[in-house]
Ligand binder design. Structure first.
Ligand code: GDP
Ligand code: ZN
Length: 303
């Protein structure tokens, strides 16, 4: 790399306007991609670039580094983590929806973290529920954080957890995504109403903006999915690969769907209580299946 080339991250692209943030200068510039860059690729928020400061407002982009990923909704490159925001109460927790988000983001190759917000509002029963679900998701292998965007409880831990990462917020409306963005950055989320049917692959028309916060972290001001269905993204044979707890067990058949096959390690683990009934039921529901033997091991209603 030439000595005078500086590194930056693209924070916004809205039509012709491209903005780049230089961590060394702690300052944003208007980015002008040189011809050789323009010929190769369009720039996206999240792109890591190298170039030169040509005047106090302008940065000439000479090179775009290889992308680790490119998310479609919102359009952001090099996303390190999707922060999936949920609540236990107000609105009530829908674990099937969370399970679908976890499966779909894993399918897209993105790391996630589950953040339960509004812990300041929890009733005594709500606190028990939170503990119950936290155990289930932690045992399955997910990271779980608890915050209140209102009181600020847990926000520093979240900031610390997201250190140096580019992230976006996802989850149903009303859970506090916008409030968490404000707690992290002091800014507001751009709301985007999308109907359930058209969620898949929808492009945002307005440019997404990444905002710096904490220590070298960035968060997008446009949310990801609020609800998804796993089967809209993948075949039914793939879904089981995105339940991390299933992958710990061996089955007689390598293509075992963990339903009625003999020698199924996942079914045995469920019977021993090592795999959560709630998670297994979500798996069946994603496949639109029902099995009779389940009632012998799992209660009808839990949680
Ligand atoms: P979004 O739709 O996911 O972006 O949710 P918002 O950030 O708009 O929040 C929805 C509502 O919940 C708003 O009235 C917020 O003020 C409120 N809210 C968000 N976070 C919290 C929280 O941690 N505690 C409480 N009590 N209310 C919250
Ligand atoms: Zn199996």
């Amino acid at each position: 790399m030439a000595k005078d080339l500086k590194e930056g991250i693209i924070t916004e692209r809205a039509g012709q306007k491209v903005e780049v943030y230089l961590p060394d200068e702690k300052k944003s510039y208007r980015a002008i991609p040189l011809g050789k860059v323009r010929k190769k690729t369009k720039l996206y928020a999240g792109d890591r670039v190298r170039g030169r400061i040509v005047d106090p407002q302008t940065f000439a982009v000479e090179e775009v580094l290889e992308r680790k990923n490119l998310l479609v909704r919102p359009p952001v490159a090099n996303v390190d983590r999707v922060v999936i925001v949920q609540t236990i109460e107000h609105p009530p927790f829908q674990h099937f929806l969370l399970d679908n988000l976890l499966v779909v983001y894993d399918h897209l190759g993105l790391d996630t973290v589950i953040v339960f917000n509004k812990i300041d509002l929890l009733s005594e029963e709500g606190k028990k529920k939170l503990q119950y679900w936290e155990n289930i998701y932690k045992s399955a292998g997910y990271d779980v954080l608890k915050v209140s965007a209102h009181t600020g409880e847990g926000i520093d831990r979240l900031k610390d957890y997201l250190k140096g990462q580019v992230c976006i917020l996802a989850g149903p409306s009303g859970v506090g995504k916008s409030s968490i963005l404000s707690a992290l950055t002091g800014l507001k989320l751009r709301t985007q109403e999308v109907s359930e049917k058209t969620e898949r692959g929808r492009h945002t028309t307005t440019g997404v903006k990444l905002s710096p916060f904490g220590e070298g972290s960035f968060v997008g001001d446009t949310p990801g999915f609020s609800r998804v269905e796993a089967l809209q993204f993948m075949d039914k044979e793939e879904i089981r690969l995105h339940f991390p707890e299933f992958l710990r067990y061996k089955c007689k058949f390598s293509n075992c769907m963990h339903i009625n096959e003999e020698g199924c390690g996942v079914k045995e683990a469920l019977k021993r209580g090592e795999i959560s009934c709630e998670r297994y039921k979500s798996y069946l529901k994603m496949l639109h299946l029902h099995v009779d033997w389940l009632k012998d091991y799992c209660k009808e209603e839990e949680g």
